[in-house]
Ligand binder design. Structure first.
Ligand SMILES: Nc1ncnc2c1ncn2[C@@H]1O[C@H](COP(=O)(O)OP(=O)(O)OP(=O)(O)O)[C@@H](O)[C@H]1O
Length: 594
């Protein structure tokens, strides 16, 4: 089992940092309220004695006192709840941000290919909301321990051997911990099925996927697969739940039997005249309170253990992300490229896989040039692009930027010099301003710059169509935003790339896949213009992946990849002269348009 308390401590410290005033207030109110419980038991004993003695005023006063104490306890609990609930929410937000930073914040993205990372992330996403209750549970646990101590003292004062009785509670605590471990093992074992079920649920409830599945009449199949994955995860859980229930029931049964026996002995003592009725009432009420306290402690321990595990898992995610990210370079990224980018014997294997996707790629991309990458599906074009963007590092060989290894440059500074336009671009269900502005955060509120980028990307029509203009919402994910066509989204994403300040590497990985012919032409015109300006101004390199040879032929250098190897490279004229694969494919495509 993980070390829950070890992981919980930083969260409690975090809570204290978020608002020491609220934590102290909640602790004071809750503990004061909890201390009222044994007082009620004592008052019940007093009222019993007064009733036996027919002392009516004492009975009335005691009854009023009991009512006041009970109301006091409820009020304290209520106000404490308001305080720790607020702190719990802020705490959850901090943990959510930590999770996002772990997922996004490292140099590379290699951890995202790690199946263990994905499984643990699924569990953490599911269980994170429960961490809100850590402060509440920890405070209640302290309150219950204080309550139990007072109860033990009172019991010991009345009948000394009864003070040992709460020790019986150790047994249900132990069986409850064991039950948690059993449940936890089942959750871990079912994490992959759980992840599959969640993905299938997304497939069954996301507009695009729903339309496609409906046309293929595959909705039922998606549901069946979802049911199957859910059932596989649930089967493991059901068995574990049963075992856990038996373990918990066993522990609680032993506890209840011990308590029953103790109360029986006390009753016998009372009948033998060794204790009076009031003492008997006190013992029975205290005994019942201890029973309730033990049950509450077990529940709280389960909450705390669950939260502790989630926090331990966040630590594990951090370790996995850091293990995947290689050491950070800190070298300065040049403001302009002088010689260009060189690949020396670059090989690459995706993390967790055995097969090399790039083999011994040797290539020089001169500063200021435009390079087209072509090849069959799966040839490794996007993989090479990702390496040049610095998202992954080569598993062999090296990439040099003006003679300096890319890995030695500051990753953040290099990323800031890349203007990417990917095939699977990110559609952000945010404002138009934010969709474009994330390309250059300091320019997010410069309306003129954003409008110019949208104009250059041929996205004026989008801007006019969206109510609210730059401050209009795109997408329907979170609100009633404007829904765009695939091509319109692509122009917005191009604007995001165009707003980048002085990029050194312009990347377009099949950018025209969602565009009509006019828009495609306009996009390449605009991209070429930007490339030319970037090349003249700072030796920027442009890299594009395309299956359209009419565009490819305009590049200064064409690279043909074949199953991860460089098959050919040269200008259009050179490759046509060579009469190799490029020439053949070019003629084939040209013929198709005749
Ligand atoms: N994250 C990943 N983990 C493991 N393998 C991957 C990953 N991404 C891609 N691959 C594999 O690497 C190979 C090259 O993929 P890549 O996306 O680079 O091809 P591509 O030439 O861009 O193809 P396409 O023209 O279809 O976009 C493929 O066999 C693919 O299955």
């Amino acid at each position: 089992m993980s070390r829950p308390t070890g992981s919980l401590w930083p969260v409690l410290v975090l809570a204290a940092r978020i608002s020491p005033r609220k934590v102290a207030g909640a602790a004071f109110l809750l503990l004061t309220g909890y201390l009222a419980t044994p007082v009620v038991a004592v008052l019940l004993s007093v009222v019993t004695r007064a009733a036996v003695q027919r002392d009516v005023p004492a009975v009335v006063w005691c009854a009023v006192a009991i009512a006041v104490v009970v109301v006091f306890e409820l009020l304290m609990g209520h106000f404490a709840h308001l305080l720790y609930f607020e702190v719990g929410e802020s705490q959850e937000t901090v943990l959510q941000e930590r999770l996002a930073r772990i997922t996004n914040g490292t140099r590379g993205v290699e951890h995202l290919d790690n199946a263990r990372f994905a499984d643990v992330l699924t569990l953490v996403r599911r269980d994170l909301p429960a961490t809100r209750g850590v402060l509440e549970a920890a405070l209640q646990l302290c309150g219950l321990i204080a309550q139990a101590l007072i109860t033990v003292v009172l019991l010991g004062f009345l009948i000394p051997w009864l003070a040992l009785l709460p020790l019986v509670a150790v047994l249900p605590v132990l069986t409850s911990r064991r039950a948690d471990a059993v449940l936890e093992a089942a959750k871990v074992a079912g994490a992959a099925d759980e992840r599959r079920a969640r993905n299938l649920l997304i497939l069954g409830t996301t507009a695009n996927a729903v339309c496609e599945m409906r046309l293929y009449q595959a909705e039922d199949e998606v549901l069946r697969l979802h049911r199957e994955s859910r059932a596989a995860a649930d089967r493991l859980l059901e068995r574990a739940r049963l075992r856990a229930a038996v373990l918990r029931a066993g522990g609680q049964l032993c506890f209840a039997l011990s308590y029953g026996a103790a109360i029986f002995l006390v009753v016998r003592q009372a009948l033998a005249g060794q204790a009076d009725v009031a003492d008997l009432v006190l013992v029975i009420v205290l005994a019942l309170q201890v029973g309730a306290q033990v049950a509450a402690v077990l529940g709280l321990l389960t909450t705390l253990q669950g939260a502790g595990r989630t926090l331990t898992r966040i630590d594990e995610l951090e370790a996995l992300a850091q293990a995947g990210s290689t050491s950070e370079g800190s070298g300065p990224v040049p403001a302009r490229l002088r010689t260009g980018i060189t690949l020396e014997g670059v090989g690459f294997r995706y993390p967790g896989t055995d097969e090399e996707r790039l083999h011994d790629v040797n290539l020089t991309i001169p500063a200021g040039s435009t390079v087209a990458l072509i090849g069959e599906n799966g040839a490794g074009k996007s993989t090479l692009v990702k390496l040049l963007c610095g998202l992954y590092r080569p598993t062999s060989g090296r990439i040099l930027v003006d003679g300096t290894e890319l890995s030695e440059l500051s990753a953040a500074d290099w990323a800031a010099k890349v203007a990417p336009l990917f095939q699977d671009f990110a559609r952000l269900d945010l404002l138009v301003r934010e969709n474009v502005g994330v390309g250059a955060l300091p320019r997010m509120h410069d309306d003129e710059v954003l409008r110019e980028a949208l104009r250059s990307a041929n996205a004026d029509a989008v801007l006019q169509r969206v109510p609210g203009g730059l401050d209009g919402l795109l997408g329907r994910g979170y609100g009633d935003g404007a829904e765009l066509s695939g091509g319109q989204w692509q122009t917005v994403c191009l604007a995001r790339a165009l707003v980048r300040e002085r990029p050194l590497l312009l990347v377009a990985d099949e950018p025209a896949s969602a565009l009509d012919a006019t828009a495609e032409h306009a996009l390449f015109e605009r991209f070429a213009e930007l490339a030319r300006a970037g090349a003249q101004d700072r030796g920027a390199v442009t890299l594009f992946v395309s299956h359209r040879y009419s565009t490819v032929r305009t590049a200064d250098l064409i690279i043909v990849l074949d199953r991860g190897r460089m098959a050919e490279s040269g200008t259009h004229a050179q490759l046509m002269n060579n009469g190799g694969a490029y020439a053949e494919l070019f003629r084939l495509q040209a013929r198709a348009y005749l």
